[in-house]
Design a protein around this ligand. Structure first.
Ligand SMILES: Cc1cc2nc3c(=O)[nH]c(=O)nc-3n(C[C@H](O)[C@H](O)[C@H](O)COP(=O)(O)OP(=O)(O)OC[C@H]3O[C@@H](n4cnc5c(N)ncnc54)[C@H](O)[C@@H]3O)c2cc1C
Ligand SMILES: *[C@@H]1O[C@H](CO)[C@@H](O)[C@H](O)[C@H]1NC(C)=O
Ligand SMILES: *[C@@H]1O[C@H](CO)[C@@H](O)[C@H](O)[C@H]1NC(C)=O
Ligand SMILES: *[C@@H]1O[C@H](CO)[C@@H](O)[C@H](O)[C@H]1NC(C)=O
Length: 542
């Protein structure tokens, strides 16, 4: 026994010597375990939710660990936010509207907490909507509205719901809550920080929801097909551009978790901008990282071009790739042992426009303007099953059309009201389609033209964007690795699990947690961080 203990002691001493020696011979700053003065140089590629959150939480965790950290964030675009960004109606900066991610919900702790901490104005989603119509929401199947809802869920709406769908709405609500509660465990120890998403999903029993389609998951849980196909599917279509026969059960549940839907008044990207400020990161915009070179001493050298021109390079201790690998155009050398799989992403067309006209009742076979719902979602007609087809839009031809707000026109016609709408569709809108939605006549040759071919009198402003918005959420059991190589981290594997601003933020925070753990456990830098202490402190700050 004594022998073993002495052997162990000798081994520990030997390992420590080897460790210090190997660092010294590389000519680097020796790692100092006790005084913790050795600083870590971290690069984050991407200034969206994941990248900004990585920087923000890394600053906090490194403070707790007592390890100085130098954070540099590279973003190829000229703006912060990635898929969360705004454009201005009439190019007027006082009229920003979301072009990408528009809402988050009250259980989204990272976004909620930071928005409060940064003192940003949080408003109820759709708060700018005028309520000129009788119906807040309608679900269109390409032929008729199969569901309409007023501005508040009155006893009459409730009675109609129960009469049509029985207990399905209530069952869905409790299934959703149950699922969300399991997910929330991921923010706390013993799960947080998790080194394998696949294992954590399994441990939390969430694989039962991710392994099957929405259709299967809802059926297994006793939710009627009519409620699933009419109502739940309209939500998976507006949120993810996919039907229940494709999207997995967990993401279908996320679509029903709409309690306390909110947005940041001047744009959700302000959360990420605030996070970056607070992280004191050196932010480089218009900076495209092109290669990551893995060096023998486990450091990583990034090459990046600034403003599309000059190439520079810089060496870091750690690198976080904070966006989908397949769209980052990064070359890693020597090549990674396992490159993240290329997965299919939804190609989503977003059309924002302003018009003095409202959506025409005639387009939807309605007689009165007041009957046109402010938010029009779509589903497939009863009896039509497009299974897991990616081109699943069906007879409706679009995913959603919603009225965002009413604005006053610029100088020329100051007293005219203009209605601002957002359309999600799988294809670019034609002039003919939009003209008939607005009930205006356009010349025959323009029918197949683009939105820009419509007269300024009818469409006073527009902005179009094609996004690779989120993955097709096919059922799956395993998710991409979080650690791609020594000191190289990856956030976007979480998008095949749940693709939202919050989950990207959670993964950014998780990577920051894993990195901080390694500093202590592997490099003997700083103090260990107590994750339960941190969770507790965080919850009591609110
Ligand atoms: C139209 C639309 C609607 C959506 N609606 C919602 C919603 O209502 N609620 C919600 O929560 N989510 C919504 N989402 C999803 C949400 O936007 C994303 O899940 C989330 O923003 C992803 O954040 P991210 O940081 O992981 O990735 P991204 O936002 O894509 O950020 C990655 C960043 O990395 C940068 N980058 C990539 N490669 C390089 C490189 N080589 N060098 C430098 N920079 C690089 C990119 O320019 C980008 O800014 C929506 C998305 C879209 C498109
Ligand atoms: C921090 O990193 C930047 C690279 O972006 C480098 O120029 C700077 O010298 C570093 N600062 C410290 C204190 O290491
Ligand atoms: C980024 O590029 C745009 C033009 O593409 C330019 O207007 C902007 O000033 C640049 N920003 C920075 C920080 O270089
Ligand atoms: C518009 O396109 C359709 C097919 O995409 C075609 O049948 C029709 O003739 C075209 N109309 C005009 C005016 O070009």
């Amino acid at each position: 026994m004594d022998f073993f203990r002495r052997l162990l002691y000798a081994l520990v001493l030997l390992l420590e010597c080897v460790c210090i020696l190997s660092v010294d011979t590389n000519g680097q700053t020796p790692l100092k375990p006790e005084d913790g003065t050795a600083s870590r140089n971290v690069a984050v590629i991407g200034a969206g939710s994941a990248g900004a959150s990585t920087a923000y939480y890394l600053r906090r965790f490194s403070d707790l660990a007592g390890v100085p950290v130098n954070i540099t964030v590279f973003e190829r675009e000229a703006y912060i936010g990635g898929r969360s960004t705004t454009v201005n109606v009439f190019d007027d900066p006082s009229l920003p509207i979301e072009l990408g991610a528009s809402i988050f919900v009250s259980v989204n702790h990272n976004l909620m907490d930071t928005a409060k901490e940064l003192g940003l104005k949080i408003s109820g989603a759709g708060g700018d909507r005028p309520e000129e119509s009788t119906h807040m929401l309608g679900i269109w199947d390409g032929f008729s509205f199969i569901y309409l809802q007023g501005h508040s869920l009155s006893w009459w709406d409730m009675a109609k719901l129960l009469w049509r769908y029985g207990l399905a709405p209530i069952r869905t609500q409790s299934l959703m809550k149950n699922t969300v509660n399991k997910f929330l465990e991921m923010y706390k120890p013993p799960y947080f920080p998790f080194s394998s998403l696949s294992a954590t999903v399994q441990d939390l029993d969430l694989h039962k929801a991710t392994a099957v389609t929405g259709t299967q998951f809802l059926e297994t849980n006793g939710i009627s097909k009519s409620f699933s196909d009419d109502v739940i599917q309209s939500s998976t279509r507006v949120n993810y551009g996919q039907n229940l026969g494709l999207i997995h059960g967990l993401e279908a549940m996320v679509c029903m978790a709409t309690d306390g839907a909110v947005a940041i008044e001047d744009g959700n990207w302000r959360i990420f901008s605030g996070m970056l400020d607070s992280s004191r990161a050196d932010l480089k915009l218009n900076a495209t990282v092109t290669t990551i070179q893995q060096n023998d001493d486990d450091s990583l050298t990034l090459s990046y071009s600034s403003n599309g021109g000059s190439i520079s390079s810089h060496t870091f201790d750690e690198v976080v790739i904070a966006g989908p690998f397949q769209y980052s155009n990064l070359e890693v050398s020597p090549s990674l042992e396992r490159i993240p799989d290329k997965i299919p992403y939804v190609k989503l067309f977003v059309t924002l426009f302003a018009s003095p006209h409202q959506i025409s009742p005639a387009f939807f076979d309605l007689s009165d303007q007041k009957d046109v719902p402010e938010m029009i979602l779509t589903t497939l007609p009863r009896g039509m099953d497009l299974g897991s087809r990616e081109d699943g839009v069906g007879p409706a031809g679009f995913w959603s059309i919603s009225l965002l707000r009413i604005v006053e026109a610029p100088a020329e016609d100051p007293h005219q009201k203009h209605y601002v709408y957002k359309v999600f569709s799988p294809e670019k809108l034609t002039a003919g389609f939009l003209a008939s939605v607005l009930g205006v006549e356009i010349p025959e040759p323009d029918q197949n033209g683009t939105v820009g071919d419509i007269s300024r009198n009818d469409v006073s402003w527009f902005h179009e964007k094609t996004w690779h918005s989120y993955p097709y959420e096919y059922p799956r059991l395993t998710f991409e690795e979080i650690k791609l190589a020594n000191n190289m981290w990856y956030t976007a594997g979480i998008e095949s699990f749940i693709s939202t601003m919050e989950t990207s933020s959670l993964m950014g925070m998780n990577v920051a947690g894993l990195m901080t753990n390694e500093w202590h456990d592997k490099l003997r830098l700083g103090k260990p961080v107590s994750w339960s202490g941190w969770t507790h402190q965080r919850n009591s700050e609110l």
